[in-house]
Design a protein around this ligand. Structure first.
Ligand code: RNT
Ligand code: ZN
Length: 421
């Protein structure tokens, strides 16, 4: 008997079908964020300005991608090391300008052709692609964008948002998969504002204008991502939780809410918010990250909240196309390929664990007010031979098991990353 066969029996005794769980997970798309590979830099700025918008990468581990080709090669390496269905997640600042497509244009003028190379990349690998307008790290941030009182600034960023809707529609059509387009800005204030409503009214109007650009809501899913605060904008965030959720609720036919689990007060948990939102919204989107004390965007670990988030996705029927899952972190202090791979494999692990939960039984115990047995069973489920199922899942997906992939990353670092200036 193999270790997997033994594990399969153990789970079967609890009524859990490990083969069905693996098959289910294999087709769930998870969006891989391109920005872990180059510390959220992108390629569209002529001079190398600072990362703005209240987000921060810390560390300067060698080997970050400097060109689209390097970033693509790095993403390929990650894809080869992770099981399951992947999607790419691009930011507008990763536009590729060259002689053939007419050279550089500013963000209000970007077009689908600037993402043609990414489309080719995705097509060759059978990937879908999500998209994000980039409302930061640009001279037109004054520092506000969509909430700016300066009409010229606001117009520029609305045009950027509209251009991104057109690009998202193009990505969805070319790749034949839904494109989730996330609207997030770092708009906010360092200190106590005198007017909290004005910026929000302008923000609302700006998003209205962006979403007035035509798109097929079956293919393009614009999202509004909320936030609690950012670096340098500690006192007030325009796109707060209430603002963003109300915007999405009032515009259910046009957009969906996006929750990033780094964007709440430290004792709030997104796991609990998932079923709350799914009670009302047909679809929601997530940025899975790891906050340490603040929105620090550390690599996702297999920690309690990641597991709990994945349980709620599975229990709420989120895998049936109701929850769009994306990663969002950027650690510049460690090998970036490894950072990406650990985080993506961990989300896969947490989802597989959730699929291997005896959830029907546990729910029945809850409904029967049988909290004693629920505790016993839930605790016992934690030491089932999960590792053997995970190893089998990796084998079936044709990727290296735990303990085997890191050698591959070390080799890539030695041969490729270490040669980058
Ligand atoms: C920032 C938001 C946002 C960004 C990306 C790069 O706090 O989480 O999603 O991380 O758009
Ligand atoms: Zn995010």
């Amino acid at each position: 008997m193999t270790r997997y066969e033994y594990a399969k029996e153990k789970y079967a005794k609890l009524g859990i079908d490990t083969d069905a769980a693996m098959n289910r997970l294999m087709s769930v798309p998870i969006a891989l964020h391109c920005w872990q590979g180059d510390d959220v830099r992108g390629f569209d700025q002529k001079s190398d300005g600072p990362l703005t918008g209240g987000i921060q990468t810390t560390g300067n581990y060698p080997g970050k991608a400097r060109t689209p080709e390097e970033l693509m090669a790095d993403i390929d390496k990650v894809l080869s090391l992770c099981p399951g269905t992947k999607k790419l997640n691009l930011h507008a600042c990763y536009a590729i300008f060259d002689e053939e497509n007419g050279g550089w244009v500013d963000r209000d003028k970007i077009e689908p052709k600037h993402f043609k190379k990414w489309v080719d990349f995705c097509k060759e690998r059978g990937l879908g692609c999500d998209f994000n307008p980039t409302f930061f790290s640009h001279p037109m941030c004054d520092p506000l964008t969509l909430a700016s009182p300066n009409e010229e600034t606001r117009r520029f960023w609305i045009e950027h948002g509209k251009a991104c809707i057109r690009i998202s529609q193009y990505l969805a059509e070319e790749l034949g998969e839904v494109c989730v387009m996330n609207i997030w800005t770092g708009d906010g204030f360092k200190d106590i504002p005198a007017d909290r409503k004005g910026p929000r009214e302008r923000y609302r109007d700006s998003i209205d204008q962006i979403l007035s650009e035509p798109y097929d809501f079956n293919k393009v899913k614009p999202c509004v991502e909320s936030k609690v605060f950012g670096i340098g904008v500690e006192a007030y965030t325009v796109g707060s939780a209430e603002f963003s959720l109300c915007y999405a609720a009032a515009n259910m036919d046009k957009c969906i809410p996006l929750m990033d689990n780094g964007h709440y007060h430290p004792t709030e948990v997104v796991s609990d918010k998932i079923p709350a939102l799914l009670t009302f919204f047909p679809e929601i989107a997530l940025h899975v990250t790891r906050p340490i004390r603040w929105d620090s965007d550390h690599v996702v670990l297999l920690d309690d909240e990641t597991k709990e988030i994945c349980k709620e996705i599975v229990r709420s029927g989120g895998l049936d196309g109701r929850v769009y899952i994306a990663l969002d972190y950027f650690d510049a202090s460690i090998n970036r390929i490894s950072a990406w791979t650990v985080g993506l494999r961990n989300v896969q692990k947490a989802l597989l664990m959730a699929l291997l939960e005896p959830s029907d039984d546990l729910r029945a115990m809850q409904d029967a007010d049988n909290w004693t047995e629920l505790m016993v069973r839930a605790e016992e489920a934690k030491t089932l031979p999960f590792g053997d199922v995970w190893e089998e899942y990796c084998r079936r997906a044709g990727v290296a098991a735990d303990g085997e992939w890191f050698e591959n990353v070390k080799k890539y670092e030695k041969e490729i990353l270490s040669k980058r200036g």
